[in-house]
Design a protein around this ligand. Sequence first.
Ligand code: SF4
Length: 336
Amino acid sequence: MQVGEDDVQRTASNQAAPRHSLRRVKLEAVPDLQNEFTWSHSRARCFSQCPRAYWFTYYGSWGGWSDDAAAEVRDAYVQKKLTTIPMWTGTVVHGVAEAVLRAARTEAWVPGVDEAVGRAREGASRDIAGSANGSWLRRPAKRTGFAEHYYSQAVENSRWDAAIDEIERQVRSLYDNKYFRRLLQVPQRIRELEDLRRFRVGDTDVYVVIDVAVEDDRGGLVIIDWKTGDNHDDDNIAAQLGIYGLYSVRELGVAEDAITAMHVNLRHGTATRHAVDSAAMAKAASAVAESAAAMRAKLRDVGNNIADKDDFQVLPPGAEACRRCNFRRSCARENC
Ligand code: SF4
């Protein structure tokens, strides 16, 4: 699960989230929040991919939830909230996993697979309709808006249908998965479940969201990451796991040699075990320090986390990343 885009907003309202919804909870911001400098894995990725997109995400869109936000701030905020069909597929499937496990953990009624599939399909259809007719724009933090609609891209109905079918396939794969089934048997052992957490690494506050962390029966911790897409590179996975390891040791009190990570790919029905050792954690801590220093070096006022757009360069004209970027309208790259 990625973290960062809505770090502060989710923190502000996490406690109020309904516990048994089958949809991923998207949470509204409150207007008097401070734009603090924090670090997350997804923030670092954004920074490395395009400095200007990073500025839009963490500075240029700040406050865009407010009714009296300037038009350019509101536009950037709306664009920040855009999703795409592949990203949304993963969001819906993660939301089902979270909701079902929350229900199991609190001993509430746990839906069977057909019930979960039915709800997921209904919600997915509502998402598509609400995005297509623009009603999502009334509450962009709570509703789903597709870049495909926002940018008037032609998408065949069959592609939407295929995405809903893929959601169903992955929800069924989830229910068939041995790790998920085991979690349903021992929900009281779950320590973390898509909870937004903030902890200190060096001089930087870091956000993490772990899909699931569960105690094993030998005093260790198993971190489970649901994967729903095709593209996951090993370096990226290792960096993310190192941060999870740091969090587990420092905040959950787990021994450094007692952490295992499983990547469960629901698209392909595979599961991969990864080591999360002290070397990976040390590497992650250095990476946070280095990355946070590079981000801070761009600020005009580090103490107040003030950034100037002009200090965050755009990519060269014609860059491939611009074709998929949420901010291509605000960035005047819509037609390049
Ligand atoms: S359109 Fe291109 S240059 Fe502009 S923010 Fe996006 S990726 Fe960066």
